[in-house]
Design a binder for this molecule. Structure first.
Ligand SMILES: [Zn+2]
Length: 271
């Protein structure tokens, strides 16, 4: 931006970052003259895609690495998306966030651990990992993402990929702690796109488990429609002996899963 002369004022052409309000994600440009400033604003409004790289570099020069600049529909203005950062979170913080933002469930009382995603200064999504809710699932081998919650009041650009980042983090931590599998549930009406991004697979559809029976009216706090159970296996599945394998093949067929090839079965030495 040096040496070039401005077509409007004839002085050196200058376009610079004048102010940047990180909390509001908003900024103001400085220019050599009003006409140059106006031209820049028009250019950004007309061709944000084309200007994106230029704007990103300008912010980077000032020590603000950003993911992108986007047109916020809620604020009718250009805003900065800093990109995502995974951080630790306390149980108290996680519960407070979920209590405020979760669409259909209250926060669980306890957990094993949790993850948080920030965009710039802002906490935008939380995952709580705990014991499997279904009693027949072995809690010593399996953990469950009991809640995953995003602040949906934010522009969707800011939370882009936050869920898959949380699912991936939960699986990684579960594996580090020696668990064999991590699971979670989505409502049948939800797409599960971020789970697929994080390389989880659907493995089971539950029946609707809770409704009002007869005269005894119950107030259901959780939704009662069918749910899909998703899983990510964290270690290579141990190939079972022949008797177990038939059962596993039946299960695999039912849920559309792939079994690893059977290894030659070693006979026990004991006669
Ligand atoms: Zn000028």
């Amino acid at each position: 931006m040096s040496g070039e002369l401005c077509a409007f004022c004839g002085d050196e052409y200058i376009v610079d970052l004048l102010e940047f309000w990180t909390e509001e994600r908003a900024w103001m440009f400085d220019a050599c003259c009003e006409a140059a400033h106006e031209e820049l604003c028009e250019m950004l409004a007309r061709d944000l895609e084309g200007a994106r790289e230029w704007v990103r570099e300008l912010f980077a020069d000032y020590g603000y690495p950003i993911r992108r600049v986007y047109a916020s529909e809620s604020e009718m203005a250009l805003r900065v998306d800093f990109g995502l950062e995974l951080r630790d979170i306390s149980l108290v913080e996680a519960k407070a966030f979920i209590g405020e933002h979760h669409r259909h469930n209250a926060p669980p009382v306890s957990w094993r651990w949790g993850h948080a995603v920030y965009n710039g200064h802002e906490l935008i999504a939380v995952a709580m990992v705990g014991r499997p809710v279904a009693r027949m699932i072995d809690a010593s081998k399996v953990v469950e993402v009991n809640r995953l919650c995003v602040n949906h009041e934010l522009d969707s650009e800011l939370t882009w990929k936050a869920c898959s980042m949380l699912y991936t983090a939960a699986a990684k931590e579960a594996e580090r702690r020696g668990f064999e599998k991590v699971i979670t549930y989505t409502l049948e009406t939800e797409a599960g796109t971020s789970l697929r991004y994080a390389r989880w697979k659907p493995e089971h559809t539950t029946r609707a488990q809770s409704w009002n029976r007869g005269a005894r009216k119950r107030t259901d706090k959780a939704p009662t429609c069918r749910k899909i159970r998703w899983a990510r296996h964290l270690k290579p599945v141990v190939v079972p002996k022949v008797d177990d394998r038939r059962e596993m093949e039946r299960e695999a067929k039912r849920y559309g899963l792939e079994l690893p090839d059977a290894e030659p079965v070693m006979q026990d030495d004991a006669a």
